[in-house]
Design a protein around this ligand. Structure first.
Ligand SMILES: Nc1nc2c(ncn2[C@@H]2O[C@H](COP(=O)(O)OP(=O)(O)OP(=O)(O)O)[C@@H](O)[C@H]2O)c(=O)[nH]1
Ligand SMILES: [Mg+2]
Length: 449
């Protein structure tokens, strides 16, 4: 693999390419987010640089002057060419303005890797790597690396590996020999590069087959649950979905202060347990410029959100960019075709906001619920809200259960909410609140008795 993040502490230099469409606060916030992504991978950010360009599509993403500054920061290991039409590289190096480097980084630690806050084409990446002589990552490369490390279940591992191979395939390079050099004994005259590409294609086909079979199994499990009221927590990475999930289900779902802590959908019952049970699912978090392949590969993981009767959009209300993050979430959900039935915006992490800030937000989002996953009262308010919505979805009906109808009362109590019971001479008159499906099933069973 061309891009493999190093496990030991690696010094990373971050670079933002500012274009007419991407500059100012947006670029600064995005760079701060990249710093968090890179830190999640265990890298240490030793500095940031920005470069103005008309677009990110130029063959050489860095101008010669900026290249000189960055080459200086990475220990001048690369081969910078193209200086013939401008001043010589050495002259530029002599005159380069290194003031962009934060002063607290001086004397700065030499950067081992350079990370761009945009996507780079395979040739752009190769050029800049040759010029700087250090490993270069783009944003997608970093996100894919995090996903690879955090995937736990078989489905997530398969999905991430498919996305990773799709990303890696066009970036594969000839290893020891030149591109055109034929390998001895490789049959059919293929280069190692061609052989590697074919191996990746075969591997992709195999992984996709495996994924289909695992997904069919998952579909079966979802169908079994389909009669229950399901709630899905969706939102930007680090918003607090897993923490809220843990609070309202009393489960041990991990919530961590790292990006993309959750990659697998987890389903738990709302706690305290309700009758019938209400299921809550935690889903993968989103991020700006989420690689398209990853969105596609998480289609099935997000099927939980697809089937949910209630979607809880969780945002970190203490993050000034949460509005833009919410737009990203809407965009991704639209892309994977999640049609929402009911939804609630949850302004989480309220404990990090002042009373005035909370009031202003409630004025801006009057329909939303302000919560802190760390506040018991907020958690029980959310629990109550979910139960209320689930109850609204139910039908109330009176059922006559003869004393001779064995097992029926047990079934009613396990699946429905009993609001009234009257014991008559030869039957029980039960008033229940239930989903339409459960009610129909019960009636069918009673007819067959
Ligand atoms: N102060 C505060 N911190 C919170 C709150 N909710 C979550 N956190 C913290 O925010 C960080 C992220 O929480 P998670 O629950 O892992 O976030 P997530 O949305 O599941 O993130 P991904 O799995 O990456 O999508 C953790 O350090 C939590 O402890 C809250 O209400 N208040
Ligand atoms: Mg999570």
């Amino acid at each position: 693999m061309q891009q493999t993040a190093k496990a030991s502490l690696t010094n990373a230099l971050l670079i933002s390419i500012c274009t007419p469409d991407f500059k100012g606060d947006e670029a600064t916030e995005s760079l701060a987010e990249l710093a968090r992504l890179v830190t999640t991978l265990g890298f240490k950010v030793v500095g940031t640089q920005s470069q103005k360009q008309s677009s990110t599509k130029k063959v050489n993403v860095l101008g010669l002057g900026k290249l000189a500054e960055i080459a200086h920061l990475t220990g001048n290991q690369g081969v910078v060419d193209g200086a013939e039409d401008e001043d010589s590289f050495e002259e530029i190096m002599d005159e380069a303005d290194f003031n962009d480097i934060p002063s607290d980084n001086l004397p700065f630690a030499c950067a081992d890797v350079v990370v761009f806050d945009c996507d780079l084409s395979p040739s752009q990446l190769r050029n800049v790597e040759n010029q700087l002589g250090v490993e270069v990552f783009d944003r997608t490369g970093i996100i894919i690396e995090i996903f690879s490390r955090h995937a736990r279940t078989k489905t997530a591992k398969l999905q991430v590996e498919i996305a990773r191979l799709n990303y890696v395939a066009p970036r594969l390079r000839e290893t020891s020999c030149g591109d055109k050099e034929r390998q001895m004994g490789k049959g059919a005259g293929e280069t190692t590069l061609e052989l590697n590409r074919r191996a990746v294609r075969d591997q992709l086909a195999e992984l996709k087959r495996e994924l289909v079979s695992v997904q069919n199994e998952m579909k079966g499990r979802r169908t079994q649950r389909s009669e229950l009221f399901c709630v899905a927590l969706v939102g930007y990475t680090n918003a607090g979905k897993s923490s809220l999930m843990r609070s309202i289900t009393g489960s041990d779902v991990e919530g961590e202060n790292k990006l993309f802590a959750t990659l697998d959908t987890t389903v738990r019952a709302l706690f305290p347990i309700t009758q019938p049970r209400i299921l809550v699912s935690d889903t993968v978090g989103f991020i700006k410029k989420l690689p398209h392949d990853l969105v596609a590969s998480f289609h099935s993981t997000l099927a939980e959100a697809h089937d949910a009767s209630l979607l809880l959009y969780v945002v970190d209300a203490s993050d000034p960019s949460f509005r833009a993050q919410l737009d990203v979430v809407h965009g991704v959900l639209e892309e994977v075709g999640v049609e929402e039935s009911k939804k609630l915006l949850i302004l989480n992490k309220s404990d990090l906001l002042s009373i005035e800030q909370q009031q202003a937000l409630m004025e801006e989002f009057p329909e939303a619920m302000m919560t802190s996953a760390r506040n018991k009262a907020d958690v029980s308010k959310l629990h109550k809200y979910i139960v209320g919505i689930a109850q609204d979805e139910m039908i109330e009906e009176e059922i006559i259960v003869p004393y001779t109808a064995k097992g029926i009362m047990g079934e009613i109590r396990s699946k429905m909410s009993v609001t009234k019971e009257d014991y008559e001479f030869d039957h029980i008159k039960v008033t229940v609140r239930s989903s339409a499906i459960d009610l129909a099933r019960l009636k069918k069973r009673m007819l067959s008795l």
